[in-house]
Design a protein around this ligand. Sequence first.
Ligand SMILES: N[C@@H](Cc1ccccc1)C(=O)N[C@@H](Cc1ccccc1)C(=O)O
Length: 677
Amino acid sequence: MADKEDPKNGKMGKGKSKVVCGYPLSIFFIVVNEFCERFSYYGMRAVLVLYFKYFLRWDDDLATSIYHTFVALCYLTPILGAIVADSWLGKFKTIIYLSIVYAVGQVAMAVSAIHDITDSDRDGTPDSMTFHIVLSMVGLFLIALGTGGIKPCVAAFGGDQFGEHQDRQRRTFFSVFYLCINGGSLLSTIITPVLRAQECGIYSKQKCYSLAFGVPAALMVVALVVFIIGSGMYYKAEPQGNIMLDVCKCIGVSLAYTICINTFYITAYQQWLKKLLIAQIKMVLKVLFLYIPLPMFWTLFDQKGSRWTLQATTMDGNFGALVIQPDQMQTVNPILILTLVPIMDSLIYPLIKKCGLNFTPLKRMTVGMLLAAIAFVCAALVQIQIDVSTKQLLHSSPYILSGQGFIYFKLTIKGKANSDTEIVENQAITFVGFTDYFLVYFRFVNGMKTAVNVSTAAADFGLIEPFYYSNYSQIKNGKATFTLRSGSQSCEYSTNFGFGSSYTFFIHSTLVFGSNCQDSVTAVEDIKPNSVHMALQIPQYFFITAGEVMFSVTGLEFSYSQAPSNMKAVLQAGWLFTVAIGNFIVLIVAELAKIPKQWAEYVLFASLLVAVCVIFSIMAYFYTYIDPTEIEAQFKKKINEDDEDDKSKPGKAEVEMVKRDSIKCHDEYDKATQTKM
Ligand SMILES: N[C@@H](Cc1ccccc1)C(=O)N[C@@H](Cc1ccccc1)C(=O)O
């Protein structure tokens, strides 16, 4: 293994890669691969729930459950990928094979979203939903296997490209790696929703989910091709046998020694191998033990996509020329990552170092946790603001009185109109989940003796009988012009709809068609427009992202640097497993806690994280940083010495395991274990 500077060709990293500015060129292919892969993953994920809901026609509950199951699976499969990579195929081959599985999964998703395939009556809707459901579930399973399987391998494979004395470069690599993840995810979460909104189809036009899944599929193929192009330059660490089997064997043999019956004779060479494996297992277990409190961070972090997005649906997203959708607020995270990672790396961390403070990885992670807790306190404060504004509107819940004949309504308002609102008994508006933020609700009450037809340039809302009211209809927020028509006579009424608002328009009995009907219609606000601006979510996004930079970027590098050479991917998988557990905690706490006040739930999560953070800092205090390469080198030196020794004694080296009496076994074992490292 060539991991020292080679003066002839200027190589410094491992493998055959040229070195550019102190970094092995092979790294370029790995970060580009990660960029494309994350584009593919996050792009597909961005439209997945809408695909379930609008294409497969699932209800909100089913769509949400399948979505979370898929995400959880994506963070469980890394264990599988890591075992395959570290014990059998090696990281390189595992990445190649699982990337193919991944790309096939993405293609299956894209094909499953072509409605024309089963639309034999050509009415724009699939005729055999089973085909689309089965294909998309197979696709999602393959994607989870692929994305999760390669995830621990790519980061560890990147780390492998650096030589022993390139700690600084390796740290920078993990930062750049994180930047690429966020560059890819930022672009895709902007692009795929736009693609989805296009209309496409052979026989009939429908929302273009196939394109929204097709582009991520193409990016996954690009990721694979880029990775293969770099293949001649990589340092490919050989898999070191079946690690899991070795671990089990090691435990078994140790037990045999301990209970001292039926023990085996093992050469001194094998003794050292066993001791090395025990030392490596100890390194991994120490780190895994330290990981126990970590899922709590992810529990808070992953609520960006759920609770915080729902919070945004009750806020005003009007940023002047730009109107932001609640789910688009999530792009603030990768945008902030792209700015914060370079600032931290080139300014904050060096500054802290200059101040003489030893800001160790575990200290960074502790601060990251605290920042996430602060983010949730900010979220709670914003929630209190929202609740105050909602309370005001509930008190002003109106009664509508008609002129002649007195039509009388009492409106029961239970939620915001922009949040996939359900009309109950034509009177109450109940929040059931978020769909389209731009839609608001309205209805008309006809106080005239004649039937009135209501329409806009885009839609006809039908005829309203005298002294009767229309059902609620949806319309895009912003300015709307209604045409009120009775027979051949008409007039126009214009109004503005704010985000989240709902209106009842009362047509006066005194309305005269042909004249200005602006004064003859009274608009009553059923639900006030959202008044708390979405910009108020920026502080909470800032703190959670700053926390992510300190926690996640550091943790990724920490998991690599503290892992023994044969278990790098296994420890990366352990790190990702904390993400999966964090997601399960969200489901459990949300289900069990059932806290009526959302702000209180945010405070609860913040407090839990602070408590966990205290425990983690105590555990971190007792953790001793190790240099696995150094420890392994000492063991290997000893192994080589004893190997030579064994070879000089004919026949002994060939004997793998010879059954001997327990006294001999003890003698040998004691001799080997008394030798100092
Ligand atoms: N900041 C996230 C990416 C992101 C992009 C758009 C919306 C939300 C998040 C990120 O960097 N993710 C990394 C690390 C990670 C984070 C959480 C769970 C697992 C891994 C990634 O590898 O995806």
